[in-house]
Design a protein around this ligand. Structure first.
Ligand code: UT7
Length: 320
């Protein structure tokens, strides 16, 4: 059993900040950010929330797919920045959009989240349990970054992307994924602290910490490795793949993958320049842009690859 993507959508905050705007807050420059990461601007919420952006992306994706909310039987929403712990973001989405026949589950697998969610849907499809899923990545990273830390706050942005997928026997699908919790300290948000009758821990929750170089080294190895594994397992040549849609963390990571795989740059579409790193939302936002720009044709083979906090990674081969 394989998967077919029927439609895509996105929800993007109205406001954005340029690198010059960031330089008014921390000691940075347009030149440093562009050269080291490839970002020019990032969208940042004012009134939008992780849930409201997910609702916008989901509506667009269902509309694009020509699917009614009642037809969805599985909602998998990837986020590390949900608005509430309970109810989860996907249940709020289900209520808002009337997806009355769906189970609604949030997934936290950081920047690999959208691809992990897609792979989870594929596993459910293979088991014959569900057949039409809404997969979303939605993030408000601006609420967890430390706005005084120039080494992280300039990197991230807010946004949401969604795809409606359906079980389909006629398409090729395969995935690889993994985690290495021993390296989890490289990207860490700290704990909430405990308050109960025995403990009163009122420590302030620290902002996001990242050992950028450790994550960078991991990323430049894992992206080509996942792609090569998927190609080999499915007896495919690189020329069979139309696009590699990889997590948009840093333009240099993408350029290194281009070089290591010996593939043309055009096969690795990029939008990190306009959105920054939107974690689990980066891949579905990019997918939606390609779809709406008419760059995808039925039968095209695509490989998604997400990587990040955990550390975790996931890659999926799909037929458009
Ligand atoms: O989505 C989750 C996955 N995340 C990633 O994949 C991120 C992976 N890592 C990276 O993309 C890169 O490591 C970064 C973009 C985070 C950092 O780039 P880098 O080339 O590794 O820079 P660095 O951390 O080695 O810092 C180089 C210099 C330092 O100054 P000194 O010590 O050389 O004087 C930093 O203090 O750049 C300085 N620096 C900055 N300067 C201006 C760090 N942040 C900034 C800044 N503006 N915003």
């Amino acid at each position: 059993m394989a998967v077919r993507i029927l439609g895509t959508g996105r929800g993007i905050p109205k406001n954005y900040m340029t690198n010059d705007d960031m330089a008014k807050l921390v000691d940075t420059s347009d030149e440093w950010i562009k050269t080291r990461v490839g970002i020019e601007k990032r969208h940042i919420v004012e009134t939008e929330t992780t849930t409201s952006m997910a609702i916008e992306a989901a509506k667009e994706a269902m509309d694009n797919a020509g699917i009614k909310p009642e037809e969805i039987d599985l909602i998998l929403l990837a986020t590390v920045t949900n608005d509430k712990v309970v109810p989860n973001c996907s249940c709020q989405l289900q209520a808002e959009l009337g997806m009355v026949n769906a189970i609604a589950i949030d997934i936290n697998s950081a920047c690999a989240g959208f691809v992990v969610a897609l792979n989870t849907a594929i596993a459910y499809f293979k088991a014959g349990i569900y057949k039409t899923a809404l997969i979303i990545g939605s993030e408000t990273l601006s609420k967890i970054v430390d706005w005084t830390d120039r080494s992280t706050c300039v990197l991230f942005g807010d946004g949401s992307g969604a795809a409606v997928v359906r079980a389909d026997d006629t398409a090729i699908t395969d995935f690889v994924q993994g985690s290495d919790g021993t390296k989890g300290g490289a990207l860490d948000r700290g704990t909430w602290g405990v308050v109960n009758p025995f403990v009163k821990d009122d420590a302030k929750v620290p902002g996001l910490y990242m050992d950028g170089q450790a994550v960078y080294k991991f990323a430049v190895k894992i992206v080509p490795k996942c792609i090569e594994e998927l190609l080999e397992r499915n007896n495919l040549d690189k020329s069979d793949i139309k696009y590699y849609i990889v997590h948009q963390a840093n333009l240099r990571i993408i350029q290194t993958a281009v070089k290591r795989l010996g593939e043309p740059e055009e096969k690795f579409p990029v939008n990190v320049d306009r959105y920054g790193n939107t974690s689990s939302a980066s891949i579905p936002i990019l997918l939606d842009e390609l779809n709406r720009d008419g760059k995808l044709e039925r039968g095209d083979k695509i490989i998604f690859c997400g990587f990040g906090g955990g550390l975790s990674w996931a890659a999926t081969l799909v037929t458009w």
